[in-house]
Design a protein. Structure first.
Length: 116
């Protein structure tokens, strides 16, 4: 739970995934290389392979990302942000029911633009 003041500090930008790949040695992670029209693309990891996502679901598409988070160490790499998702439809994995995350598309919006 965060306050309105905390929420006002979140920076959300449109990013285009220029490359996506499965992370070797992980059953969950996909590594995204995201262009925000900055000097260098950012590396952002998402742990969604268990929900049936593959790199092709992201490559060449635009999404909303939180961009002002501290980098987080994921295995031996740094994740430099977070892709936004909403709860989707229910899905069964083994004996548990989960809500499959759906990613917020930003196709058609200017890459690098701030949403918030």
């Amino acid at each position: 739970m965060i306050t309105i003041e905390d929420f006002s500090k979140i920076e959300i930008k449109v990013g285009k995934v220029v490359e996506a790949s499965n992370v070797e040695g992980s059953e969950k992670l996909i590594r995204l290389i995201v262009d925000f029209k900055e000097d260098q693309p950012r590396t952002i990891f998402t742990g969604v392979r268990g929900y049936g996502y593959v790199p092709e679901d992201f490559t060449g598409k635009q999404f909303l990302f939180v961009t002002n988070l501290e980098s987080k160490k994921i295995m031996e790499w740094e994740s430099q942000g977070m892709i936004l998702a909403v709860d989707g439809s229910e899905m069964q994995i083994g004996d548990k029911t989960f809500l499959k995350p759906l990613f917020v598309s930003a196709d058609g919006l200017p890459v690098g633009s701030k949403v918030r």
